[in-house]
Design a protein around this ligand. Structure first.
Ligand code: 8YV
Length: 326
């Protein structure tokens, strides 16, 4: 008997076909009645595959057969790990395959904010270019400036490499522990959070969202940054206190921000829309054809192993897996 898999976000036809080889597959129809589809599919599902939905106790309570969830993302802050543990449900994610692409996007935001790429593109297309641009439209240098990384994990290190080896930037970092190998590779210096904020010309936020990192950067922290500094967030929106950031950008207490993530997504009617010194992207850190394909394949691979046998590569809650093997 094939097990049942409920796919709750978009999946390419070739990946649907791969899943159907081993599972009975139900696909969420985003144009249909979402609640009704969940109500029908969840009680039957042995596996879930997708990204971007909050899955806590309330949502998963009816899923009594559920064995595994394969998230097509590296972040898993939308899952209640305590509840998954209680229920012996395995959660997998998709690290590694998105590291370089997400770092590329982080650097694109950094470049765009520093050289005012998005702002000047809009300016040219609005027909404002009548003569050579003057200092009012100048940006600031990137090469040689100090790059501060908050969270020197895989993506943070990939951004740091771009800065260090591509742009000759001294790298400083803060996180929950020192990384001697990366310090040696990158010549990176460890700093306290406050020291980093005061010293960096670019502050890149690359920490996972947790209770500890919620509003890690708020009014106090923004006040420690240089007025010339630029803040980049490719982590999760709630790591920043967004109203405090908006105030700092509006009053030019920091120079600019490059944002891919927000406290509430999709971003609607935000004061950020009126701020030329905020570059706003719609949560596309991993959104290239190649990387999204690789993420889907990695998630399917994890789900197949979790439900059919073999050890999934990317288990978020290994204690659950260990109990299930015992
Ligand atoms: C996801 C991400 O694609 O992997 C993550 O954690 O943030 C992105 O790569 C995104 O969550 C899709 O909505």
């Amino acid at each position: 008997m094939k097990k049942n898999v409920f796919v709750f976000s978009r999946l390419a036809p070739e990946h649907q076909a791969r899943l159907r080889q081993h599972f009975n597959v139900t696909l969420l129809d985003p144009a249909g009645d979402i609640a009704a589809q969940y109500a029908t599919a969840l009680p039957e599902a042995h596996g879930l595959l997708g990204v971007g939905r909050p899955f806590g106790r309330a949502q998963l309570e009816p899923a009594r057969r559920l064995e595994a969830i394969a998230s097509i993302s590296v972040g898993y802050d939308n899952y209640d790990l305590t509840y998954l543990d209680e229920r012996d449900i395995i959660l997998t994610n998709t690290p590694d395959v998105l590291t370089e692409t997400t770092a590329d996007l982080g650097f694109a935001l950094l470049m765009s904010a520093a050289r005012r790429v998005a702002e000047l593109d809009a300016w040219v297309k609005a027909g404002h270019w009548q003569a050579a641009v003057g200092p009012a439209l100048f940006g600031c240098d990137v090469h040689g400036k100090t790059l501060g990384i908050l969270g020197l994990g895989k993506i943070g290190a990939a951004i740091a490499r771009r800065g260090r080896f591509g742009f000759g930037m001294p790298v400083i970092y803060h996180g929950n522990g020192r990384k001697p190998e990366l310090e040696a590779e990158l010549g990176a210096g460890y700093r306290s959070l406050d020291e980093l904020l005061g010293e960096a010309d670019f502050v890149c936020v690359v920490v996972p969202l947790s209770e500890r990192t919620h509003h890690l950067i708020g009014r106090r922290e923004l006040a420690l940054m240089k007025p010339s500094a630029i803040l980049i967030n490719i982590a999760r929106g709630p790591v920043l206190d967004e109203p405090a950031l908006i105030e700092a950008l509006r009053e030019r207490r920091i120079q600019a921000a490059g944002l891919d993530v927000y406290e509430k997504e999709p971003l609607k009617d935000s004061p950020l829309f009126a701020l030329p010194n905020a570059v706003t992207l719609p949560h596309i850190g991993s959104a290239t054809h190649e990387t999204r394909r690789a993420m889907a394949e990695r998630a399917i691979d994890n789900l197949e192993r979790a439900l059919l046998g073999g050890t999934p590569r990317d288990i978020v809650n290994p204690q659950v897996w260990a109990r299930r093997q015992a």
